[in-house]
Ligand binder design. Structure first.
Ligand SMILES: [Zn+2]
Length: 384
């Protein structure tokens, strides 16, 4: 079954983690042996062949670069908006290189989406990929150990919709328009803490004047508002200020994991009323309460992939239907296997979610909706 993953930081992994995502996951992990610069070294879960092999043919892929804010910078931030802009442009250049290599294809309108779905529907999954991990010659002394893998061409490109996570990199609103011309179709105005345009996770306060202008301009261009990471004040303001399409690309339930990063039942209900789709995420601390980074392990708290079904099911129960729930895994979003369910090895494990939903009593139709149908329907409508 085709799976739509609504949130992956692919270019960030390529450029900041220096991961060649065209390689097998085994090679990506091997090459990080001994590296300690980031907590998730050697624990990556995402590669393009891994996505292809499990039918994750469509995703929302990010550009992401924030700036430092005096008092609060929980994650790395650039010292100027111009630097952040340049970083996102580098990320775009990587996506373009993947397009040229036939690895990915950018989807920015309804026709393109329809063509991509047809392509994937017509190609049997077995022939869409190559099993690269078995083909690597890792014998010591073989200088060409990655050559065999590199020679093989993917048969199907992964479709991606370009999304900006945190809008700090827009030096001016003209940069938003420029980005739209480059194919940008969704924007999350904030990330962690205060941002140039809006306040994100762990922050408070509504949109400033520039933020309100940003929302207006997004609405004019038909850009989707990604409400994920908006603090509660901005979230409720955005519902009033923004009349265009909105989704929550990687978002879990506060009722199950009490933290402002997650959305309350009231917020989920309000999103459903706006026709939003909510993508459930696989970052361990967003799945179970009380997770302490670098300390808690999935084994110690019995965290399994099945837990994501609780978050999906809660959205479906609040909505009274399965039409507003999807998957936005956020895998390799600055964390790896050390911070995912114990029985998840790679992103290919997303392909196990449909069977888990079926076992939970979801109909075939509902399972298809959650796997990809809801996000596809949302995009077709947003782009009609
Ligand atoms: Zn995020």
């Amino acid at each position: 079954m085709l799976i739509f993953d609504a949130h992956l930081d692919l270019a960030m992994n390529a450029l900041e983690w220096n991961r060649d995502l065209t390689r097998s996951i085994d090679v990506i992990r091997q090459r990080e042996t001994g590296m300690t610069d980031k907590p998730d070294r050697g624990n990556g879960t995402v590669s393009l062949p891994e996505m292809r092999r499990s039918g994750i043919g469509l995703c929302v892929a990010t550009q992401i670069a924030r700036i430092e804010h005096n008092a609060y910078s929980p994650v790395f931030g650039w010292r100027s908006q111009e630097q952040a802009w340049a970083q996102t442009q580098g990320q775009l250049a990587w996506y373009r290189a993947m397009e040229e290599a036939g690895q990915m294809s950018q989807i920015k309108d309804a026709d393109g989406l329809a063509r991509h779905l047809k392509l994937w529907a017509e190609t049997p999954l077995e022939s869409s990929s190559f099993s690269s991990s078995s083909s690597i010659n890792t014998a010591p002394g073989n200088g060409n150990q990655y050559a065999l893998e590199a020679e093989q061409k993917p048969k199907l490109p992964i479709g991606y919709i370009l999304n900006l996570e945190g809008a700090d990199s827009f030096v001016t609103l003209k940069h938003l328009e420029r980005s739209y011309e480059q194919g940008l179709r969704a924007v999350g105005p904030a990330h962690y803490g205060p941002g140039v345009y809006a306040n994100g996770t762990d922050a408070s306060g509504g949109f400033n004047a520039k933020g309100r202008e940003l929302l207006k301009e997004m609405e004019r261009l038909g850009i989707i508002l990604d409400v994920t990471h908006l603090c509660d004040d901005c979230f409720w303001e955005a519902l009033d200020l923004f009349n265009g399409p909105m989704w929550a690309s990687h978002q879990n339930c506060r009722a199950l994991v009490p933290h402002n990063r997650q959305f309350s039942d009231e917020q989920i209900k309000a999103l459903v009323e706006r026709g939003a789709v909510i993508g459930a995420a696989l970052d361990a601390w967003m799945l179970v309460p009380g997770w302490i980074r670098k300390k808690t392990t999935a084994e110690s708290v019995g965290l399994k992939l099945e837990r994501i079904i609780e978050h999906i099911d809660r959205v479906c129960q609040i909505a009274g239907s399965a039409r507003y729930s999807g998957i936005g895994s956020d895998l390799d979003g600055a964390f790896g296997r050390e911070q995912t369910p114990a029985d998840l090895d790679t992103i290919a494990d997303l392909a196990r979610i449909p069977a888990m939903l079926k076992a939970r009593g979801y109909s075939e139709e509902d399972v298809t909706s959650i796997a990809h149908g809801n996000f596809v329907r949302f995009l077709m409508k947003a782009w009609s």
